[in-house]
Design a protein around this ligand. Structure first.
Ligand code: ADP
Length: 272
């Protein structure tokens, strides 16, 4: 499902001494079914942006459209939008609470007025999508590995059949193998289910490897957006991001493993 954001501003506690502009003049178009990585330093606005897209925060000005759902500062009902967008916040496994994997995954679809049979189908399907064997269905989620618990949490979101999936640092705290498996799983979901994926990550390498579009936020604004090739090929814009030279070199090397033909490995002059 396409996401279109126009002139979006988000201010926390507007009109008070604590007013804080978290997003400024965001314009962004995410094509239906694309895989977007959202990057930026802590405090750059990533979390505010995903919460806005998920219908958890209303814009202070501007608007957001997902499919045919439009959200403006005046919007009252955001429940339709929330139905379209599934969000896995950081460490989503901390939210698991049912006695069994199947019950936990069933929690969301059960709120959607489905029959027990339909709910069971959704659970089975979501477990398959995240690569959990059916034999784990009646196990306690707490008895699983960290990576499996996280899959259960993501399966619970997928079982509600969102059109857009937002993942906030889905590899945080996993070992390298778990990280790889998690990202491969997300890539597969994107390819096979046609989900529009928004992945928040600190790791440029992750972003470059999996995403079709990168969005780099800096101080609440979009500093740079485009395909990995466009972003990393834009020497001037990258140098404005104040990354250090070893970091950029590392990025380009990482990116070049996935780009054909590779980008030239020049060293950037970085402004202080
Ligand atoms: P990120 O996810 O990139 O770390 P955030 O969206 O959390 O960035 O934060 C963007 C800016 O908004 C930061 O300056 C942060 O301090 C501020 N901010 C975030 N949440 C709130 C809040 N609830 N009230 C006031 N300011 C906030």
């Amino acid at each position: 499902m396409e996401i279109v954001i126009e002139d979006l501003n988000v201010i926390y506690h507007p009109g008070t001494p604590f007013a804080k502009q978290a997003l400024t003049d965001i314009n962004l178009r995410v094509a239906s079914g694309s895989f977007v990585a959202l990057l930026g330093a802590t405090g750059s606005g990533k979390s505010t942006l995903i919460q806005t897209v998920a219908g958890l925060i209303k814009p202070t000005s501007g608007q957001l459209r997902i499919g045919n759902q439009v959200v403006t500062p005046k919007s009252k009902q955001l429940s339709e939008l929330r139905r379209l967008v599934g969000v896995a916040f950081q460490y989503p496994e901390h939210q698991l609470f049912e006695e069994t994997v199947a019950k936990d995954i069933a929690f969301g679809p059960r709120q959607q007025g489905l029959t027990e049979e339909q709910v069971a189908e959704r659970v089975e399907e979501a477990m398959r999508w995240v690569g959990l064997p059916p034999s784990l269905k009646d196990r306690s989620p707490l008895a699983l590995s960290g990576g499996q618990m996280r899959r259960v949490a993501i399966a619970g979101i997928l079982a509600m059949r969102p059109q857009v999936l937002i993942l906030d640092e889905p590899t945080a705290g996993l070992d390298p193998r778990g990280q790889r498996e998690m990202l491969d799983m997300v890539g597969r979901l994107h390819r096979e289910q046609g989900l529009t994926v928004l992945l928040v990550t600190h790791q440029m390498e992750e972003a470059a490897r999996y995403a079709e579009q990168l969005v780099i936020l800096s101080e609440g604004r979009i500093a740079l957006t485009g395909s990995p090739r466009e972003v990393f090929g834009n020497e001037q814009a990258l140098s404005r991001l104040k990354l250090d030279v070893p970091e950029i070199t590392k990025l380009i090397m990482a990116l070049n493993r996935n780009l054909d033909p590779p980008l030239p490995l020049t060293l950037f002059s970085v402004e202080e």
